[in-house]
Design a protein around this ligand. Structure first.
Ligand SMILES: [Zn+2]
Length: 449
């Protein structure tokens, strides 16, 4: 894939105070026009040709490109659709003859730092027509959400606003795509502007196209308003953008579910039984702000027992994400072990009644998360309420924090030597955020169950 298309139309009305008379793609981000940053980022990712789709102030943009590409190995072509309102899909289809068989599609108002090769591999492995980069955000209730199946195929697109009482996975379309030109189909309507995300992709999906989601924690944010732009600038200056690269080892906090994140309420088999522990939502939001990847790792023998199937577990975890979303919080990964070692119960699922490596204190799920999110286990933590959590942490080299909610470490199943003992998740996150206190270390040495 050698080509990228940048959708750089629009007047930037909302960004006017920051434009200083410049066209929108040239808005300065930490002193450098955004388009210049995008071109450099694309060249770094091996892109050789850029097609820039504009409909406003093409001459100014063209002049900038001439100077910006002097030192960047890129060929940039401009296509100016004038004042005709085509919409993003309309603009793309107007340029269809200039598109390669496979190309990257980005929006001209996003700041991104993405490993394109990794996304392209995902696209090719899945034989996708279009691959959408998706990620959780801290306001899923007012975002357009994407629903994926277990194989990452898009099964539904849920545009905002969402109906009350419906839970979705917190997966937001980041407007960063790998496309197969022939997989884009035809523009359905030409009489009015067609938006890619709102009109064309849902139509493609309905027509059976192979749309896939590529989950990523890498940095991508739209800077279409002054406040978003300021936030992105702060992230650039603080190094947050670079730290979110896939190649950078990530700090993570593994969090147990029942008894740690939500109230221990028997075996939860229905979303309505799920209730966050006081302060847990805000605690997860705090971990998000601290740039920890948050990974829920939970034993769910309720599946092996036949009391809840995988679809039911999906509903429970969508509720969990909705409840966290109310607190501006999200998780990067939810993993569960569906197995149970002891057979002989009425209604059980025989194939899941087996010994496995993923049931905590087994560490297969932790190893899997390390792989998926490039986690540096030495700089990461496990917070849990059971002895299995603490033992899993020990086996995988994670620092452990036992919370006194849920089982409170009193289940007696495994040796339990947590590094720290605190009241609850909120206190555990405070400990991680502010650094362990010496007095706490002393306390933890006594707190051996
Ligand atoms: Zn298992």
């Amino acid at each position: 894939m050698k080509q990228a298309v940048i959708l750089a139309g629009g007047k930037g009305t909302r960004l006017a105070v920051r434009l200083d008379g410049r066209p929108k793609p040239l808005v300065e981000v930490c002193g450098e026009p955004l388009l210049g940053r995008q071109l450099r980022a694309l060249a770094d990712q091996g892109i050789e040709d850029v097609l820039l789709l504009v409909n406003h102030r093409a001459k100014d943009i063209d002049e900038f490109v001439a100077t910006a590409t002097a030192n960047v190995p890129l060929r940039v072509a401009l296509r100016d659709d004038g004042d005709t309102p085509l919409g993003t899909a309309g603009a793309l289809f107007a340029a269809i003859d200039d598109l390669d068989d496979e190309f990257l599609l980005v929006y001209g108002d996003t700041l991104f730092d993405i490993d394109v090769a990794a996304m392209l591999e995902h696209h090719r492995v899945h034989l996708a027509d279009v691959t959408l980069l998706v990620h959780p955000n801290d306001h899923p209730a007012d975002s357009d959400l994407i629903e994926l199946d277990d194989a990452d195929r898009v099964v539904a697109m849920h545009g905002y606003p969402h109906a009350d009482g419906v839970d979705y996975d917190n997966l937001v379309n980041a407007a960063f795509y790998v496309c197969r030109r022939k997989g884009l189909g035809r523009l359905l309507e030409t009489g009015r502007p067609q938006d890619l995300a709102k009109d064309h992709l849902p139509a493609l999906l309905a027509a059976g196209a192979r749309l896939f989601g590529y989950r990523s924690f890498e940095y991508i944010k739209d800077i279409g308003t002054p406040s978003r732009l300021e936030l992105a600038e702060a992230h650039l200056k603080s190094g947050r953008v670079a730290r979110a690269r896939r190649s950078m080892p990530q700090h993570a906090v593994f969090v147990d579910r029942d008894g740690t994140l939500n109230e221990l309420n028997g075996y939860i088999s229905d979303p309505d039984q799920l209730c966050l522990i006081d302060g847990a939502g805000a605690a997860v939001a705090r971990l998000n702000a601290l740039e920890f990847r948050v990974i829920v790792t939970t034993n769910q023998p309720v599946i092996a027992r036949g009391e809840c199937d995988e679809a039911g577990m999906g509903r429970i975890h969508r509720r969990l994400q909705t409840l966290l979303g109310h607190h501006g919080a999200f998780v990067d990964l939810i993993q569960y072990c569906p197995h149970h070692p002891d057979a002989g119960f009425v209604g059980e699922v025989p194939t899941l009644k087996r010994k496995c490596e993923c049931r905590k204190p087994g560490i297969a799920l932790i190893e899997q998360a390390r792989e998926i999110l490039n986690v540096d286990l030495k700089k990461s933590w496990f917070i849990g309420d059971s002895t299995a959590d603490i033992e899993a942490a020990r086996r995988s080299g994670l620092r452990s924090i036992l919370v006194q909610t849920g089982e409170g470490g009193a289940d007696g199943k495994y040796p339990c030597h947590p590094d720290y003992v605190v009241a609850d998740l909120a206190e555990a996150v405070s400990l991680i955020a502010t650094g362990p206190l010496e007095s706490r270390v002393g306390q933890s040495q006594e707190a051996v169950y």
